[in-house]
Design a binder for this molecule. Structure first.
Ligand code: PLP
Length: 369
């Protein structure tokens, strides 16, 4: 016979999910209403305007996709890419490669520009690649969670305009924790997730597209190959028509609305500053323990830090010990960085001095003397 659910209480300092604020958990615990109930429709409207705020955009087509960050990534690719489109993708980590795989599946003529994992592209490199490939879309990962590097986006759109290229950006590990100005930076398509900087459980993922991107979508010769994620249909569900599309995960949307409310109450700029301050405190503490970071300081993310595993140390064993003895989760390396780094996340509600103190105290105990 099964016992009632028993899940250990952990401090989630890995690459995500992060812990949700208690009021977010209270929100998810509210009884569901019908997904066309006026109260729920009003909540959807609030989510849309709060998402516009956290993304700093006026994009009318700004919604949450029912699914995790990968579903929002797929929505973005499925709606932006028409078979045969040249899509240029910046690959400097695991999630750049995921975009390559996905765009190829939707019929894109994929071209890549690459950098060693942990580095970022500069404007000259992007300009040369744009001149060479003249792509319909340039896709970049703003916060590469596999490496901890932050890709600068300022100025990229000016290069794109010359070729009529749309700018698509993965903001899964940046939204809420890293300065991001979609309209000022001219980003046409962006997606994110709920479980990192927004501090909500996974499953309701922000998505937005500019008027330019909507125009391209409306002029397509072929239907979007994914029914569930077709924005021409989803836009009618989230827009004035309210046409039934799917049964939304109602309770997750309650949670997302509360997480966004908390962020708006704190103020976006305050949240960005808090993330920066706490990560700098983390870096200092790690350096005091004799550890070093994988990414050059200028390009390090405030939300995710890759820490080099010292020679001779069993990285997996340390992470296991942190989990089993201290209830603290940190991540291991992905892809090329597997076995070489730990990944420490300070995201959303978890970006706090006391989380850092707990981790540093535990590391002091478990690292070889
Ligand atoms: N893109 C990036 C940069 C990510 O870090 C992740 C997940 O960590 C994803 C996409 C996929 O999101 P999810 O795991 O929520 O499907």
């Amino acid at each position: 016979q099964l016992t009632p659910l028993e899940i250990p209480s952990r401090l989630l300092l890995g690459p995500g999910p992060s812990n949700a604020h208690p009021t977010v958990l209270q929100a998810i615990n509210t009884s569901p209403v019908g997904h066309l109930d006026p109260a729920f429709l009003a909540l959807m409207d609030e989510i849309q305007s709060l998402l516009r705020y956290v993304w700093q955009t006026e994009n009318s087509l700004t919604i949450a996709v029912s699914g995790t960050g990968t579903a929002a990534m797929e929505a973005t690719i499925a709606n932006a890419v028409e078979p045969g489109d040249v899509v240029l993708i910046g690959v400097a980590g695991y999630f750049g490669n995921r975009l390559v795989d996905m765009a190829g599946r939707y019929g894109a003529d994929v071209r890549t520009i690459t950098k060693p994992w942990g580095q970022v592209f500069n404007l000259d490199e992007l300009q040369t690649a744009l001149k060479t490939y003249r792509p319909a879309i340039l896709a970049l990962v703003h916060a590469e969670t596999s490496t901890g590097a932050r890709q600068p986006l300022e100025g990229v759109t000016d290069l794109c305009r010359e070729f009529g290229t749309l700018l698509l950006v993965d903001t899964v590990t940046s939204l809420g924790g890293v300065p991001l100005f979609l309209d000022a930076w001219g980003v046409d398509l962006a997606y994110s997730c709920s479980q990192k900087g927004l501090g909500c459980p996974p499953g309701a993922s922000p998505f937005t597209m500019s008027a330019r991107a909507v125009e391209k979508l409306q002029q397509r010769q072929t239907k979007v190959a994914n029914w569930y994620l077709d924005m021409l249909l989803l836009g009618k569900y989230w827009g004035a028509e309210r046409t039934y599309h799917h049964t939304a995960p109602i309770n997750l949307y309650y949670a997302l609305r509360e997480a966004l409310r908390l962020l708006a109450e704190e103020g976006l700029a305050n949240s960005w500053q808090r993330h920066q301050k706490n990560v700098e405190y983390l870096w200092e503490g790690l350096e005091n323990l004799g550890l070093s970071m994988h990414v050059e300081q200028e390009y390090r993310l405030p939300t995710l830090t890759t820490v080099c595993i010292p020679a001779g140390v069993d990285g997996k064993a340390i992470a296991r010990q942190l989990l089993n003895e201290y209830n603290i989760e940190i991540g291991g390396g992905l892809g090329e960085l597997a076995g070489k780094v730990w990944r420490v996340g300070l995201m959303g509600f978890n970006s706090r001095k006391d989380s850092v103190d707990q981790l540093l105290a535990a590391l002091r105990q478990v690292l070889p003397k």
